[in-house]
Design a protein around this ligand. Structure first.
Ligand SMILES: [Zn+2]
Length: 262
């Protein structure tokens, strides 16, 4: 297996199941990783491997519902039971790692360089329209006193705009959610029909969901230089990653996992 090239801020690491992706500046603050398709995550023992890699005994996951609900994990307070319904986890508890799962959606991890608190966010188009990234920054501030300028973010593998053809109803949903028109114009890319194409061929609309999350973090006050994008497309690297668009019900899931600084 050849691992795809990644930006300087990321590195591939060798774990008990195979490769994982880590972000170097984020790793300077908090233990974290993005899993690859080598780890199916369909059995509990796979999660134990991830827990081992991060040095914890428990990982809290969510029943993800494509929204912006937040679950808070607090040091010294009993961790929420089961898999609560939400798409954002924030934590200052180093005893428990927090994880989101995705296959094309954006897995986003955040850490506060000052107080060591962390967040994990699952943002597909619905969560992105709902402002999940911004909500996570707000939640870190509200729960742990985090300041946006102290946050470092890693945007894990997700579907790229070239592979993510969408319908115009998504533009309507983003507009209805209150996003500025110039941002919507930047996030939705229209490819004109090919030259010499038949007349019935219509322009194709695509969504850059990773860029939308980056922009939302910046609007929330996170410095652009502290936002690290893996640039990896889930649909283009099926030997290493997994894509719901490409593989439908056969798609696995990648996890973004992070642990608050002890
Ligand atoms: Zn792609």
């Amino acid at each position: 297996m050849t691992l795809p090239p990644i930006p300087d801020a990321f590195r591939w690491t060798d774990e008990s199941w195979g490769p994982a992706l880590r972000c170097v500046p984020l790793g300077a603050i908090a233990s974290h990783l993005f899993t690859t398709r080598r780890l199916q995550l369909s059995v509990v023992t796979d999660w134990w491997r991830v827990a081992d890699a991060l040095g914890v005994r428990r990982i809290l996951t969510l029943t993800q519902i494509h929204g912006r609900g937040v679950v808070v994990v607090r040091r010294g307070v009993s961790t929420p039971r089961g898999k609560p319904e939400a798409d954002i986890l924030v934590s200052d508890d180093p005893e428990v790692a927090i994880a989101v799962r995705a296959a094309d959606c954006v897995p986003l991890l955040l850490a506060d360089s000052r107080n060591g608190a962390v967040a994990a966010v699952h943002a597909g188009w619905r969560g992105t329209a709902a402002g999940a990234a911004t909500t996570a920054v707000d939640a870190l501030g509200r729960e742990f006193g985090s300041r946006p300028e102290d946050l470092v973010a890693a945007i894990g593998p997700s579907i790229c705009s070239a592979c993510y053809e969408v319908g115009s109803e998504l533009v309507d949903a983003f507009a209805a959610a209150g996003h500025a028109r110039h941002l919507i114009a930047r996030w939705f890319v229209t490819t004109p029909p090919r030259r010499g194409a038949v007349e019935s061929e219509r322009p194709v609309l695509r969504l850059d969901v990773a860029a939308a999350n980056r922009d939302q973090l910046m609007l929330a006050g996170v410095a652009e230089t502290n936002i690290h994008m893996s640039g990896l497309c889930t649909a283009m690297h099926l030997d290493v990653l997994t894509s719901f668009r490409k593989e439908k019900d056969l798609a696995g899931r990648l996890a973004g996992v992070i642990r608050a600084r002890p």
